[in-house]
Design a protein around this ligand. Structure first.
Ligand code: GDP
Length: 208
């Protein structure tokens, strides 16, 4: 079943700017939700699916942009932030260090950051970089929504068992929501994720 007829406010997302370093970040106001994951986890496809825009994540795939933080605006106060992918074997040691410092510093610096979507391939969840990110988010009490991508690669039984085993492993981390499956191939799971992103972004108004 699809919910394609439900309105999608994330469709308003537009690429705004890239930040190469923390002193290039936009003003720390309004509300932000960040997207993280290992390279190839399906993060770009998920951004396209969630925003309903095939062209949007092309920005993320532009060579040379892969280590930047990419800001997408919904409006003047609500942003999505695409964080550098990590864990790819071909990534140089220097670049690994880059994300190792940039992402935690970004988390710590942003008062406006409401939550983190952590994208993991359903067949290879909770790799080293994912666990490091969960630990960092836990220290900062940053809410995390784990997303198991490429859910269409598994049958229903295998998918449920993957969800349960991730659930058990995540029990040790605080502030982590139940994992949600996503298929960017057929859109399954997208609406539940959109609702979470929008709920976080709405916390701007609640915070005054
Ligand atoms: P990123 O590096 O995390 O941004 O990953 P991409 O979005 O570029 O996806 C990596 C590969 O996985 C690409 O070949 C995608 O077509 C594929 N992929 C991503 N999401 C899905 C999905 O939901 N289902 C399937 N079957 N393949 C996917």
């Amino acid at each position: 079943m699809t919910t394609a007829d439900e309105p999608n406010p994330l469709r308003a997302a537009r690429f705004w700017r890239a930040a190469t370093a923390l002193d290039h970040l936009p003003p720390d106001d309004g509300a932000e939700v960040a997207f993280a994951g290992r390279s190839n986890a399906g993060k770009s496809s998920a951004i396209n699916t969630l925003t309903g825009q095939a062209a949007l994540a092309r920005v993320s795939k532009t060579p040379g942009r892969t280590q930047e933080l990419l800001f997408f605006c919904l409006d003047e106060r609500r942003r999505l932030v695409d964080l550098p992918g990590y864990g790819y074997a071909a990534t140089s040691a220097a670049r690994r260090r880059d994300w190792g410092e940039t992402i935690p510093a970004y988390f710590a610096a942003r008062q406006c950051l409401r939550g983190l979507l952590l994208f993991m391939d359903v067949r290879h969840p909770l790799q080293v970089g994912d666990r490091q990110l969960l630990a960092i988010a836990g220290e900062l009490a940053l809410p995390v929504q784990p997303v198991l991508t490429k859910a269409d690669k598994l049958g229903r039984g295998a998918l449920n068992s993957a969800l349960r085993s991730v659930e058990r492993a995540l029990a040790e981390y605080p502030a982590v929501l139940p994992a949600l499956p996503l298929s960017s191939l057929n859109g399954a799971g997208a609406q539940a994720l959109r609702r979470q992103v929008l709920a976080w972004l709405a916390e701007d108004a609640a915070a005054g």
